[in-house]
Design a protein around this ligand. Structure first.
Ligand code: ATP
Length: 875
């Protein structure tokens, strides 16, 4: 028996019982549960959630902080210190390890929290009947006995027994592997019917592809079929982003490097007669120096905070890796209607009987009766009201009302007996009524089904000449950037072809052409600017629309998208290779169906592009899944499209994509900055300790290095993560996706600045030694303190390198100020004993200041060269 067969409050095998029995068994009725009852049942059954084991609890996060090779190196270091008689060192190492751990924990924890909050934001909703009203509820709050309404594009929110089904088809591939959508009905089936054939049941997590229905919820959460196989789904839990993987690898490489270095240094020192304790301590210092302790936590937090900021700007990121991929996007394929345009349409011209009518003019049109007939047909073949529904359809309803047609009365008098719903492939829809059939859709499709045309003298044969005239009119409307729809009718339902179940499936001919409706849908105000900004950023913008080629071209022209228009039919005629070449240069694809979108996407990807693609319908899901960044529409989009996407646009606006790309780039920039900064510090630390030890001096003991890493990896690095975007972030070409974060520029930066600070600190070492045979606490203090200050100086140089305004980040100023204060605390309080430092005098500070001044031009030269290298490499 499977989980769906029984339920504590319901009936065994609801698919075998009638709807009435199932309602009774779940103690509910078609009007739904009361809100109170739903709350009570929620307490009994728990939330409608499938646990995937992906989320991490606080304890997991805490433990993870101490579960790394580095920690073991440090523990070994502490043990060695004890053995060497440096108990204070051991304690300090322990304290600093703990501090690093707590710090890492706080960062990771906050990151996890941000992501949780985001998961909640993107959680699907469901339509449940509560207190007799259809209400949008959080899908996790559904309980057994709830009555839910389903329609095309919904993700089924829980397991349920259907009470009503109208042309309902569900894609159950997620559960059964069956890729063809299955038809649903309400009749009971035999008890031993396999899951895939239980027609009166719907299952959580599957997709409604067509039609509509009403179901009583029979199982929720882990009791659902998908809950039963949740273990198998664990593989779909969040994975690390490419950046996190790369940094992980980097950490490991550094770890191995350190071991090798230590293995070289210790025998070398012993050979030179250094005492074993000293040699061991040097090895410890090297180990501590090489590893940027804070890195993984800072990266995760930076990505998570970035995601939060994007959410504030109406772009919900559903998967963390998308943040990085955004920075590498070099082609954006976008819908037109509602994304580039307002999506708020109004009928601006109507063509009937060879004359054009402007509905906004108050004078009675010349052919009022035919205009009204067209609008009545358009209103009946329509699912919208003036306030709600598809914008195209709302525009027609609004125009009808303008003409004084009472929409509700009309619809009540002429009820629908069947329908062929609109789809982007079909590009038309039809409704069947007792005495007529109405069709509206793309003009070429409607015309292909028509053999007569309505004229002042009634229906006449649709001659080639009148077809040509109509086509010419469609073109003229389209050239004015109007969206054009045609309306047709038939007096009897005989023209309708039906499927095996008797439902209407097609109308292949026999229509009378009623006329054309031209709708204006202006481009969104900010879009032209946003398109130009994306193009400046080296990103190709391509409009991929279902609309007519000439309308697309006319709108495209106002947005700076021009050139040849390729239609879906052209796409069909091209081979994959030809399409790859063509897609490169074409800005506008018109009359495309969803499967052609996928081909265009593949062609662009085959050409080496990183593609962001928008979509809203069920059929867009494959394109959204396959795109490097799938962008779903938050308002118009179906649940299925949203679930398949990486990013959901809350406002459906193209400009939001542009802003998200900008933010994605800025985040990557910030990660680049602090990775470079941390690595450069670590390289300098290793080089200084290594070279000095070979010369016989032990500078920067382990505690001081840990302290430096804490000061630099800690607050300042974190503050760099929220640095404002640099001025040129959208003036640069996109990042090469093949190139990781450690690119040529970073190597130059790390090598260059690392060399400068190493040389400067070693110079200072010899200056302060003044010929003494070994380091004194004073020398150590100078080296230690100068190193910290040179690091802060470097930080600002790196920001300059990325054109970040110097004083633009308050957090950074506070972090650096705080870190300086901490350093002073070490020098001038009893802490000094533990760190082995002495207070510095004014002259010493003068020396450190002088060193900073001397180093500045060298840092700047390195930064300048790196900037040239990176720009050269990108361009
Ligand atoms: P985009 O792909 O940019 O969103 P679009 O809205 O034109 O543009 P589709 O929704 O695929 O793309 O529509 C394709 C065509 O189908 C439209 O150009 C129009 O001719 C027709 N059409 C759109 N909506 C309806 C509707 N509700 N009823 C009938 N026909 C429609």
């Amino acid at each position: 028996m499977t989980a769906g067969d029984t339920d504590s409050s319901g009936t065994a095998a609801p698919h075998t019982h009638s709807p009435a029995d199932v309602l009774a068994a779940y103690d509910t009725e078609p009007a739904g549960l009361s809100a109170d009852e739903a709350t009570r049942r929620l307490a009994d059954h728990g939330h409608n959630e499938v646990e995937r084991g992906g989320g991490r609890g606080a304890l997991d996060i805490l433990v993870a902080q101490f579960d790394s090779a580095l920690i073991w190196v440090l523990v070994a270091a502490a043990a060695l210190s004890v053995w060497a008689g440096h108990a204070v060192d051991a304690v300090l190492i322990a304290v600093i390890v703990a501090a690093n751990g707590v710090f890492g924990f706080l960062q990771d924890y906050r990151a996890e929290e941000s992501l949780d909050a985001l998961r909640e934001l993107t959680a699907p909703t469901a339509t449940a009947r509560r207190d007799g009203e259809a209400t949008a509820v959080d899908a996790t709050s559904l309980v057994p006995g709830d009555i839910v309404e389903l329609s095309g594009g919904d993700v089924v929110p829980a397991d349920g027994r259907l009470l009503e089904a109208r042309s309902l088809e569900v894609d159950e591939a997620a559960l059964t592997g069956e890729s063809v959508p299955v038809s649903k009905g309400v009749a009971p089936v035999a008890a031993d019917t396999p899951l895939a054939e239980r027609t009166p049941m719907v299952y959580k997590g599957t997709n409604v592809t067509r039609g509509s229905g009403v179901a009583v919820v029979t199982a929720t959460g882990m009791d659902t079929e998908v809950g039963g196989i949740a273990g198998e789904l664990a593989g779909t839990a969040e994975t690390d982003t490419p950046l996190q993987v790369e940094l992980d690898r980097l950490g490991r490489v550094l770890g191995i490097g350190v071991v090798v270095l230590a293995a070289l240094v210790v025998p070398l020192l012993l050979l030179r007669g250094t005492d074993p304790v000293q040699s061991a301590l040097t090895a410890i210092s090297l180990a501590v120096a090489a590893v940027p302790e804070g890195l993984p936590a800072v990266v995760t937090l930076t990505l998570a905070l970035g995601v939060r900021r994007m959410a504030d700007e109406d772009a919900l990121v559903r998967r963390l890796p998308a943040v990085e991929a955004l920075g590498a996007v070099d082609v954006i394929c976008t819908d037109k209607t509602g994304t580039l345009t307002e999506g708020e349409m109004s009928v601006s011209r109507i063509w009937v009987n060879d004359s054009i009518v402007r509905p906004d003019q108050s004078a009675e049109p010349p052919d009022a009766e035919r205009v009204d007939q067209l609008l009545r047909a358009g209103t009946l073949c329509n699912d919208a009201t003036v306030e709600a529904g598809d914008p195209t359809e709302r525009a027609i309803v609004a125009a009808a009302r303008e003409r004084g047609i009472d929409v509700a009365t009309l619809r009540a008098a002429r009820p629908r007996t069947g329908e062929i719903p609109f789809s982007s492939e079909r590009k038309w829809m039809g409704t069947v009524h007792d005495d007529a059939v109405y069709v509206k859709g793309a003009p070429e499709v409607v015309l292909s089904k028509a053999d007569r045309v309505h004229t002042a003298d009634g229906p006449r044969e649709l001659t080639e000449a009148s077809r040509d005239r109509i086509h010419a009119q469609v073109g003229a409307f389209a050239d004015d950037a109007l969206r054009v729809l045609a309306v047709g009718t038939a007096e009897s339902a005989d023209v309708v072809e039906r499927d095996a179940a008797g439902d209407p499936a097609d109308v292949s001919g026999g229509l009378t052409f009623l006329g054309l409706v031209g709708m204006i849908d202006p481009a969104r105000e900010e879009v032209a600017g946003a398109v130009a900004a994306t193009q400046r950023a080296g990103i190709d913008v391509k409009m991929v629309t279902g609309d007519n080629a000439r309308t697309a071209a006319a709108i495209g022209a106002t947005l700076g998208l021009g050139g040849a228009v390729v239609t879906g039919r052209d796409v069909e005629a091209l081979t994959d290779d030809q399409l790859r070449d063509r897609a490169e240069s074409v800005d506008i694809f018109a009359r495309t169906a969803p499967e052609q979108k996928v081909r265009i996407l593949r062609a662009l990807q085959a050409g080496g592009h990183v593609v962001a693609m928008t979509g809203d319908g069920v059929n867009d899901a494959p394109a959204l899944k396959n795109a490097d960044i799938g962008v779903a529409m938050g308002v118009r989009g179906t649940d299925v499209a949203k679930q398949a996407s990486d990013i959901v646009l809350l406002d459906d606006d193209y400009a939001t994509i542009e802003r998200a790309v900008e933010r994605g780039r800025a985040i990557f920039d910030n990660v680049w900055k602090f990775v470079g900064y941390l690595l450069s510090a670590n390289v300098a630390e290793v080089a200084i300790v290594f070279i000095a030890s070979l010369l016989g001096y032990l500078v920067l003991p382990a505690v001081q290095l840990l302290w430096i890493n804490l000061l630099t990896d800690g607050l300042p690095a974190l503050a760099l993560g929220v640095d404002p975007r640099s001025g040129d972030v959208m003036e640069r070409p996109p990042r090469d996706p093949e190139r990781g974060i450690v690119d040529r520029g970073m190597l130059g930066l790390v090598g260059g600045t690392g060399t400068v600070s190493t040389a400067a600190i070693l110079g200072l070492l010899f200056l302060t030694l003044g010929g003494a045979p070994s380091v004194t606490p004073y020398v150590t203090t100078m080296v230690f303190t100068a190193f910290v200050f040179l690091e802060f100086e470097k930080l600002y140089v790196i920001r300059w390198l990325r054109e970040t305004p110097t004083l633009s980040n308050r957090w950074l100023a506070a972090a650096v100020g705080g870190s300086v204060a901490l350093q002073l605390a070490v020098l001038y309080t009893p802490l000094a004993d533990s760190f082995g430092t002495v207070p510095l005098g004014l002259a010493d500070w003068g020396l450190i200041g002088g060193l900073m001044l001397a180093v500045l031009p060298l840092y700047l030269v390195v930064a300048y060269l790196v900037r040239r290298v990176t720009v050269g490499a990108d361009g």
